[in-house]
Design a protein around this ligand. Sequence first.
Ligand code: AQP
Length: 329
Amino acid sequence: MRKKMISGIKPTAQLTLGNYIGALRPFVLSQEEYDVNVFIANLHCITMPIDPEELETNLKDVLLFYLASGLDPKRSNIFLQSDIPEIAQLGFIMSCLTPMGELNRMTQFKDKKDTGMSLSGGFYTYPTLMTADIVIHQADLVPVGEDQKQHVELARNTAERFNNRFGETFVIPEPVIAKVGSKIMSLQDPTKKMSKSDKEGEKGVVYLKDDLKVARKKIMSAVTDSLGVVKYDVENQPGIANLLTIYAALKNISIKEAEAQFVDVQYGTFKKAVADVVCDELEMLHEGYDKFAQGGFVDDVLRQGADKMRPGAQAMLDKVQKAMGLDWK
Ligand code: AQP
């Protein structure tokens, strides 16, 4: 039997090249080998303040970019997280099985807390909802970028804890991290992750919706160094290392192979090659986006996805409730 893979993206803002290389592309490539299930994580969005209209637009965009990237609804299940209410129910149960000490150690929580912004309880417990997202579907594999690995490890711990306490119930999921491109960095500050809600650093972020000219300009203005050698050295040349990663990931080659293509090449020429490959990919995505936006069947995709996923989720929640003594039937 094919292994079951699950992953999702929060429709918090416009998708970035980081989301594409670290998540969307690996989802699409996985379709050959795995039973692929991909969702739009709208419940995770409301853990931070969000404008409802913006959320709705972003949600449609994520779906259109899933399709434009090559996710095929005939082969893979694509669904909206909130269309399966059992996930939120199981999320509460999972939060009761997760020690606060583990949640306090989550780096995404610590980073946001350090900014001094006011955080919601939902943001604090979001990794426990993510646990439910994964285990309710008995997923074997969870492809994620480097930043989400810790949350998948928390999901593994919680599933193991449940199995030990209440009997063998959940499959223990494995995180899958892409060999190249699991953490694309900002083009302006290559020590910082390229993030879709980074409003201050927009110049360092290539959005999938960016006009090709704008995207090209962002790559050509990427911060580099004065060493003048195209080499993968994250510590001393983080900007060049990031551009090499983007190039290698999109070309489907190793970093070594990418480096070999740019021996004795000047930074300007190297950046142009990176911009070309990014713009080719964006052009393909824009064409797909427009085609699916006009197709008018996007609602059906989500409906069919939820119809296929919900019965399994309901059965799993029943099993959990029985195992815990929550169910009198
Ligand atoms: N820069 C990145 N490089 C590689 N992978 C990335 N991912 C995100 N940014 C990069 C991966 O994309 C998937 C979806 O992420 P998400 O939207 O659920 O959450 P996130 O990791 O918090 O992504 P962002 O873009 O940083 O969103 P905001 O700014 O809203 O917090 C995940 O697999 C993630 O690893």
